[in-house]
Design a protein around this ligand. Structure first.
Ligand SMILES: [Zn+2]
Length: 256
């Protein structure tokens, strides 16, 4: 199922859901250019954006290199101006990204044959700013969920595009050593003047819910606060929570 809706004037969210997974792309419409923030799971996911973008030039930005954020790029009928991502995301195109695609193609024959990987042609390490005409999209490195994660900040609107740096009901960990900097970076974003909306790639796009909830979860995991797990966690988040706890336990052990 795919759903496209305007969540803020000139800011659209494209939600796709399949059994066991949901992901969201964001489309930012400036006066001169647009940005498609993530291309989701398959080329067909991008077809819904043609009427929205019309002939407006657009950039593609990858929030990070996980498959559910980058596999749809071949679906545009005309090429983007640039494909932009963190330098670590570019590096992953020579590493785990093609391996994941091959693994999925072998596991589900025929299902992923239309996916063509499109690496970034512009990469950055700390930050990069895009003038879209009347508004700015600032890209900031925010390693945590993975080392190549970025967030997008639109100062004119007070909107933060969070990728997988923020997520409800809870975030997905990969590395223990990134957790405390991840938390500190999110707390700094929460204190930014004018912030009013945080949009994650998975989970609640209401107000600052995903940002607050991810901060609370990270604080609890690091022994600095309490987090009440929502009742009726689905299977994915139930097992993600267990995996997160295991990553923390293993990380603590190796630091002792
Ligand atoms: Zn994701």
């Amino acid at each position: 199922m795919r759903q496209l809706q305007e969540v803020f004037p000139n800011l659209w969210a494209l939600d796709v859901s399949a059994p066991g997974m949901q992901a969201r792309a964001a489309i930012v419409l400036g006066e001169k250019q647009a940005v498609v923030w993530d291309t989701l799971t398959r080329p067909g996911d991008m077809a819904a954006l043609e009427s929205l973008l019309r002939d407006r030039p657009f950039h593609v930005v990858y929030s990070h290199g996980d498959w559910d954020h980058i596999w749809g790029t071949a679906g545009f009928s005309r090429p983007p101006l640039n494909i932009i991502a963190h330098a670590d995301c570019l590096r992953r195109f020579d590493d785990d990204i093609p391996q994941t695609l091959l693994r999925k193609q072998l596991a589900e024959l025929g299902r992923w044959d239309d996916v063509a990987l499109a690496p970034p042609d512009v990469s950055f390490t700390s930050r990069l700013s895009l003038d879209l005409g009347g508004l700015t999209l600032e890209l900031h490195h925010l390693p945590g969920h993975s080392p190549d994660c970025i967030v997008g900040w639109i100062p004119e609107w007070g909107v933060l595009l969070g990728g997988d740096a923020i997520e409800t009901p809870l975030p997905v960990f990969n590395r223990f050593d990134l957790l405390s900097d991840w938390l500190a970076a999110l707390e700094a974003w929460r204190d930014v003047d004018g912030l009013r909306l945080a949009i994650p790639s998975h989970g609640s796009a209401r107000g600052l819910e995903s940002l607050e909830s991810t901060i609370a979860y990270l604080r609890a995991i690091l022994g600095r606060g309490k987090f009440d797990l929502p009742p009726n966690l689905d299977e994915f988040y139930e097992s993600t929570h267990q995996a997160n706890l295991n990553i923390v336990a293993a990380g603590r052990e190796s630091h002792d």
